[in-house]
Ligand binder design. Structure first.
Ligand SMILES: [Zn+2]
Ligand SMILES: [Zn+2]
Length: 323
C-alpha cells in the first residue's frame, strides 16, 4: 500500500442554508451546480476516480407537502417549499442523485442527513429521527442503507446515534484556526496538509479532514460568491497554481508516509470555472499518482472496510504476541 486518498463532496443545495438564509451561494434553480456535477461525473468516469457524494436525503424526493414527522423544532421545515422538482430544483434533485448512481466508477451515495440537521445542537431524538429518515430514503431509492455519514457543518453526532442507525464511518473535521488572521490567510491560501490516520472509536471509524474546504481553494471565488477581498491582490492564476501545488505536496506526503488524506468541499463551492480550474487538474494528478505510485483512492465506505481489516489484522497480531 502507498497511501490512501478519499474525496467527499456535500450535495445539499437549498438544504445547506434553509435554517440560516444569508448571502446567495447557489445559482438560480441550481443550474450551475447541475452543470458542474455533470462535468465532475464525466471527469471521474474518464480517470476512474470514485467519490463519496454526501447527499441530503430530501433531495431524492420528487415532491413533498412541506411537512415531515419527527422530533424537529417547530419551524425546522419553514423553508421547505412543499412543492416538487419542476418548481424547486434547489430542494428536490432526484436527477442529480440518479446521475451519480448511474456512473460506473463506484461513487458512493453517503448520507448527509435527511434535512441537514445540526448534530450536537438539536438533540439526539431529532438527529436520530433525521438520520433514520435518511436511511429509509437510501433503502428505498438506492437499495441499501448508507454505512457512511458526513455531519452538516461539522457538528459531531454521538457514536451511539450513528451505530443505532447503521453508520460505520463518519467524517470528522480537525479545527486548525488559531484566531490569528495572518496565519489563517496563509492557511487558506496554501491549505497545509492534514494527514491524520483514520481511527476506530467506539465502534465507528473516524476519517479526518480540515474544517475548511480542501478540494476547492478558499482563495478563489466560491460558488456564486466573490473572492474574499484579502486574496484579490494576488493574481487568480497564481492562486490556482498555489492550491494545486499544495495538493501535490499532500499527495507526495501521503505516498511517502503510506498515509491518509481526505479532501472535501460542497458541490456549490466548485461550481464555477475558477474552482473547476483546480479540481479538474487535481483529478488528473490524483490518477497519475494512483497509476505510478500505487496510491489508492477509496470512498468512505471502502475506507471503512480498509480500516476495519487493518484493525482486525492488528488485533490478531497482538493476540499472537500475547498468546
Ligand atoms: Zn419536504
Ligand atoms: Zn452540508
Amino acid at each position: 500500500m502507498n497511501g490512501v486518498v478519499t474525496i467527499s463532496i456535500e450535495v445539499e443545495l437549498g438544504w445547506g442554508f434553509h435554517d440560516i438564509g444569508g448571502p446567495k451561494r447557489l445559482s438560480d434553480q441550481c443550474v450551475e451546480e447541475r452543470k458542474y456535477l455533470k462535468k465532475l461525473l464525466h471527469k471521474c468516469d474518464e480517470v476512474g476516480i470514485p467519490i463519496s457524494f454526501d447527499v441530503v436525503g430530501h433531495l431524492a424526493l420528487n415532491e413533498c407537502d412541506g411537512t415531515h414527522e419527527g422530533h424537529y423544532p417547530a419551524d425546522w421545515f419553514a423553508n421547505d417549499p412543499g412543492t416538487n422538482f419542476e418548481t424547486n430544483p434547489d430542494f428536490y434533485a432526484p436527477d442529480m442523485i440518479a446521475a451519480i448512481a448511474a456512473s460506473n466508477v463506484g461513487h458512493e451515495l453517503c448520507t448527509h442527513t435527511f434535512s441537514h440537521v445540526l448534530c450536537d445542537r438539536m438533540g439526539d431524538d431529532c438527529v436520530n429521527d433525521d438520520i433514520a429518515h435518511a436511511q429509509q430514503i437510501h433503502e428505498t431509492h438506492f437499495g441499501k442503507k448508507s454505512v457512511s455519514f458526513v455531519p452538516p457543518r461539522h457538528f459531531e453526532p454521538t457514536a451511539t446515534v450513528l451505530r443505532e442507525n447503521g453508520i460505520e464511518i463518519v467524517r470528522k473535521s480537525i479545527h486548525t484556526d488559531t484566531g490569528n488572521k495572518v496565519n489563517r490567510f496563509f492557511e487558506l491560501l496554501i491549505a497545509p496538509p492534514l494527514l491524520n490516520e483514520p481511527q476506530l472509536v467506539e465502534g465507528v471509524v473516524e476519517t479526518y479532514c480540515t474544517s475548511y474546504q480542501s478540494l476547492t481553494a478558499s482563495s478563489l471565488p466560491i460558488g456564486q460568491r466573490e473572492t474574499h477581498a484579502v486574496f484579490k491582490p494576488i493574481p487568480r492564476s497564481l492562486r490556482q497554481q498555489l492550491h494545486l501545488r499544495r495538493m501535490e505536496t499532500d499527495l507526495k506526503a501521503v505516498v511517502e508516509n503510506d498515509g491518509y488524506a481526505h479532501f472535501w468541499c460542497h458541490l456549490w463551492d466548485l461550481s464555477n470555472e475558477h474552482q473547476w480550474g483546480v479540481v479538474e487538474p487535481f483529478l488528473d494528478m490524483l490518477a497519475t499518482y494512483r497509476d505510478t505510485e500505487g496510491l489508492q483512492v477509496l470512498t468512505m465506505a471502502e475506507l471503512n472496510d480498509h480500516v476495519r481489516a487493518q484493525h482486525a489484522t492488528g488485533v490478531e497480531l497482538m493476540e499472537g504476541i500475547n498468546g
